[in-house]
Design a protein around this ligand. Structure first.
Ligand code: ATP
Ligand code: MG
Length: 394
C-alpha cells in the first residue's frame, strides 16, 4: 500500500501472508489505507519539524554571530572615539608646540635680520675704511716728504750771517741762491699744503659717509632712508672717489658714461653704498684677471619708470653655475670675501623700490651690474624743495 500525503508518495508498505489465503480482505485493506495516510501525515510532520529545528538552529547561529559582530563594532566604535579624542589632544598639543616654535623662529629671524643688517653696516663701513686707510697713508707720506729741513737750513744760514745780511745775499755764492731757493720752497710747500688739504677733505667726506651708514643702521626700523636732492652723477663720482686710490693701484681705466639728468630726490647714501660695493667687486674681478686693458665703466641713464646705473667691468666674469648664487647671503668665491656685499646691495635696492640685476657672458668675459630704481625729479617737487630750503635757512 502506498504511503502518500497530499498526493505525494512518501513510501510504500509491503505485506505478505503465505499461511492463510485471502488474508487481505477489502475491509482490512481499507483500514490499512487509513492507517497509511495517518502514517504519511506523521512522517511529513516529523520531517517538517526536523527541518524547522535545523532552520531555527541556523538562525540562532546567525544571531549569535551578529550579536558578536555588533558587540565588536560597538567596541571598535568606542575605541575609535577614544582614539579620535586622543588625536584631537595630540593635534592641539602639536599646534601649541608649533606656535611656540614659530614664535621662536620669528624671534630668531628678527635677530638674524638685525645681525644681517649689522654685518652689512660693518661691511660697508669696512669698504670706506679701506679708502680712509689708503688716504691717510698717502697724507702721511706727503707730510713726511715736506722739505721742512731745507727751511731750517736756510734759517740757520741767515742767522749765521745776521750781522751782514745784505753783503751775504749779494756776494756769497750760497747767499745769492738763497732767495730763489726760498721762493721755490714756498711754492712747493703751498702746493703740498693744497694737496694735503684736498686729501683731508676726502678723508672727512669718507668719515661723513661712514657716519651716515651707521646712522642708517640706527634708523633701520624706520625703513625709509633719508632722501636728499642731488645728481646721480655726483653720487657716482663720490663712490668712485671712495674707491679711487685702490683702483689706481690696480691700474684700472675708468670710463664714465653719464646721461645728463636733472637733480633727483633720492637716498644718496644708500645708492652710494650700493655703488661702492659694486665698484669694489669690479676691482676684485679686475685684479684677478691677467689682462692689461682693465676697464671699469659707470653708466647712468634715464629709463622708463626711473633711472638705471650700471657698473661694468671686463674682469674674470661669472660662471653660469655661480650666477644664481651671487646674491645669496654668505656666497663668495673670494678667499677674503664674506659674501655680504651683493646681498646687502639687493636689499638696499629693494628698499628704494628698485632692483639690482647681474649679467655676465661667462668666465673671463666681464660682468655688469645694473641698479634700476624709480626717482623723483627735484624740479617736479617745488613745495618740498621750498621746505628744504626754508629749513636750511633756519
Ligand atoms: N664684478 C664681478 N665680477 C665677477 N664676479 C663677481 C663680481 N661681483 C660679484 N661677483 C661674484 O659674486 C660673489 C659675491 O659677491 P659679494 O660682493 O656678495 O661678496 P664678496 O665680494 O665675495 O665678499 P664681500 O662680502 O667682502 O663683498 C663674489 O665672491 C664673486 O664670485
Ligand atoms: Mg663684495
Amino acid at each position: 500500500a502506498p504511503v502518500a500525503h497530499k498526493g505525494k508518495l512518501i513510501g510504500a508498505l509491503y505485506l505478505e501472508n503465505n499461511q492463510v489465503a485471502g488474508a487481505f480482505t477489502p475491509d482490512r485493506l481499507e483500514a490499512l489505507n487509513i492507517l497509511m495516510s495517518q502514517m504519511a501525515v506523521s512522517i511529513e510532520n516529523a520531517t517538517l519539524y526536523g527541518r524547522q529545528e535545523q532552520q531555527s538552529r541556523a538562525i540562532e547561529a546567525v544571531n549569535v554571530t551578529l550579536t558578536k559582530e555588533i558587540a565588536e563594532r560597538k567596541r571598535a566604535e568606542g575605541e575609535l572615539s577614544r582614539y579620535k579624542d586622543h588625536l584631537e589632544d595630540l593635534v592641539k598639543e602639536r599646534t601649541r608646540e608649533l606656535e611656540k616654535a614659530q614664535g621662536r623662529l620669528v624671534d630668531l629671524s628678527r635677530r638674524a635680520g638685525m645681525a644681517e643688517v649689522a654685518s652689512g653696516v660693518l661691511h660697508n663701513v669696512g669698504n670706506v675704511m679701506n679708502s680712509v686707510n689708503v688716504g691717510a697713508s698717502v697724507a702721511r707720506e706727503a707730510v713726511s716728504a715736506l722739505p721742512v729741513e731745507g727751511l731750517t737750513r736756510a734759517v740757520a744760514l741767515l742767522e749765521q750771517n745776521a750781522g751782514r745780511i745784505g753783503e751775504y745775499l749779494a756776494t756769497d755764492s750760497a747767499g745769492r741762491k738763497l732767495p730763489s731757493y726760498l721762493r721755490t720752497l714756498g711754492t712747493t710747500l703751498a702746493g703740498e699744503k693744497r694737496a694735503i688739504l684736498g686729501n683731508m677733505d676726502q678723508l672727512a667726506e669718507h668719515l661723513e659717509h661712514m657716519k651716515k651708514i651707521i646712522a642708517a643702521q640706527q634708523s633701520y626700523a624706520k625703513v625709509n632712508g633719508l632722501t636728499e636732492v642731488c645728481t646721480l652723477e655726483e653720487i657716482a663720482e663720490t663712490a668712485l672717489a671712495i674707491s679711487e686710490a685702490a683702483l689706481r693701484n690696480s691700474n684700472v681705466e675708468i670710463v664714465r658714461s653719464y646721461e645728463k639728468l636733472p637733480p633727483v630726490l633720492v637716498d644718496r647714501h644708500r645708492i652710494m653704498q650700493i655703488l661702492v660695493n659694486l665698484i669694489s667687486n669690479a676691482k676684485h674681478a679686475l685684479e684677478e684677471t691677467v689682462r692689461i686693458d682693465r676697464k671699469l665703466t659707470v653708466a647712468i641713464a634715464r629709463v622708463d619708470g626711473g633711472v638705471r646705473i650700471e657698473v661694468r667691468d671686463n674682469g674674470v666674469g661669472i660662471s653660469a653655475e655661480n650666477m644664481p648664487n651671487i646674491f645669496r647671503h654668505g656666497f663668495t668665491t673670494r678667499k677674503t670675501g664674506h659674501g655680504f656685499g651683493l646681498h646687502n646691495c639687493a636689499n638696499a635696492a629693494q628698499q628704494m623700490d628698485g632692483s639690482l640685476t647681474a649679467q655676465s657672458d661667462g668666465p673671463g668675459r666681464g660682468a655688469s651690474f645694473v641698479l634700476r630704481m624709480p626717482v623723483e625729479y627735484a624740479e617736479q617737487l617745488p613745495q618740498r624743495i621750498g621746505f628744504a630750503e626754508a629749513a636750511e635757512g633756519l
